[in-house]
Design a protein around this ligand. Structure first.
Ligand code: FMN
Length: 362
């Protein structure tokens, strides 16, 4: 049996790349560069739809599952749910899955406009989003410029407030059809929300199914991240990179509710504010629209050099939603998402699967 001390020693050895698990550093670096870029020249007509899909896949998705498939058709592109990538423990009703589809749709809309196409998003027949494309005047928005820069930055921020014009731009970007974003910048209200994050995290850490599902999506080394092209690469959360044989027992030993709660306290207290997204309805169409709004919010923040990160524990633990709704004064409506924002250093990027893995027809 490995002792705690031996595991710690192994972990510190693993911090030396030559000795241990930083397999795949080169592969990770190459994929990171290839993934997080915008084309210098407009794509050939035949390549346009593939480029739009590529931009869509740069969107965030819950646990970086990339729970989408893209069907290329005559008049446009359908973004369909990939139900093989659902996360039943953290997301039993597929709320986050549909939000992720909405995030992808928003990236696609912004990229299409840049390339001279108006993208109209409606509900797809079998679920998901149907996007029709019509030629229009090309227009490059700051949001498009941010598509390959945005990341969920899970470090601590610098604690400084944002200016009123910046808060206004974020609020505007995060609002949509039947969706609004509540901006919380008062320290007392942020502490109340922190208490719900802590309660949610504590409940999730006691749930064996939640922890097993989360661990399944963790990629402990750059090589593991590069091979799968999906999941939660530990460096993106500021954690050490080690081989899975070592990361797995370390996770079991050191991933504790108290440790995570301390981290969330520091993260929220160092943030400029919290944004809670609330929609008028509780169904896949509204969840997709919420996804479009949260992605516009994140892209607008990125364009202003402001970082964002999700903290969804109080909306994922269903028993806590009424308390959060009471705190926000939104009656019986379901709070959809919680995001913190502020300025701070970037962290390593997450990866994506190749287009061939997500496109149904070419
Ligand atoms: C609907 C949704 C819910 C998410 N919830 C959380 C969360 O609660 N905590 C977190 O750290 N990240 C959360 N994320 C962020 C994803 O883990 C992240 O988007 C993914 O790992 C890809 O990384 P990137 O956003 O840096 O590209 C969420 C993303 C989406 C779209």
């Amino acid at each position: 049996m490995p002792t705690r001390r031996n595991l710690l020693r192994a972990a510190s050895l693993a911090a030396v790349p030559a000795l241990a698990g930083c397999d795949g550093n080169d592969a990770y670096a190459r994929l990171a560069n290839e993934t997080w870029r915008l084309p210098a020249a407009p794509p050939e007509a035949m390549q346009l739809r593939r480029e739009l899909v590529r931009c869509a896949t740069l969107a965030p998705s819950s646990h970086n599952t990339q729970c989408w498939r893209f069907r290329l058709g005559e008049r446009g592109i359908d973004i369909l749910p990939d139900l093989a990538r659902r996360c039943p423990a953290v997301d039993p009703d597929d709320h986050h899955l549909h939000v992720s589809l909405g995030c992808a749709a928003e990236n696609l809309v912004q990229a299409a406009l840049h390339h001279g196409w108006h993208a109209q998003a409606t509900a797809a027949a079998g679920g998901g989003v149907a996007i029709t494309l019509e030629a229009t005047t090309a227009r490059s928005t700051p949001l498009y410029g941010a598509v390959a820069q945005r990341q969920s930055t899970r470090g601590e921020y610098d604690g400084r407030p944002l200016s009123t014009p910046e808060l206004g731009l974020l609020e505007q970007a995060g609002s949509g059809q039947g969706v609004r974003v509540l901006m919380i910048t008062g320290r007392a209200a942020m502490e109340q929300l922190l208490a719900l994050v802590v309660a949610g995290n504590t409940a999730q850490m006691r749930d064996a199914a939640f922890v097993a599902e989360l661990k399944d999506w963790i990629r402990f080394s750059p090589g593991e991240a590069a091979r799968s092209g999906d999941g939660l690469y530990t460096a993106c959360t500021g954690n050490p990179t080690v081989p899975r044989w070592l990361g797995s027992p370390l996770f079991d030993l050191f991933f504790t509710a108290d440790g995570e709660n301390d981290k969330y306290s520091r993260q929220i207290r160092s943030s400029a504010g919290l944004a809670v997204f609330v929609s008028d309805g509780d169904d896949p169409a509204h969840w997709i629209e919420t996804g479009r709004c949260v992605e516009r919010f994140a892209l607008q923040a990125t364009a202003l050099d402001i970082r964002t990160a999700y903290l969804n524990q109080p909306v994922e633990v269903a028993a806590l939603r009424p308390q959060l709704a009471a705190l926000l004064g939104i009656g019986t409506r379901r709070p959809d998402l919680v995001v913190r924002f502020g300025r701070g250093p970037r962290l390593p990027v997450s990866l994506r699967r190749p287009l061939a893995a997500v496109i149904d027809t070419l």
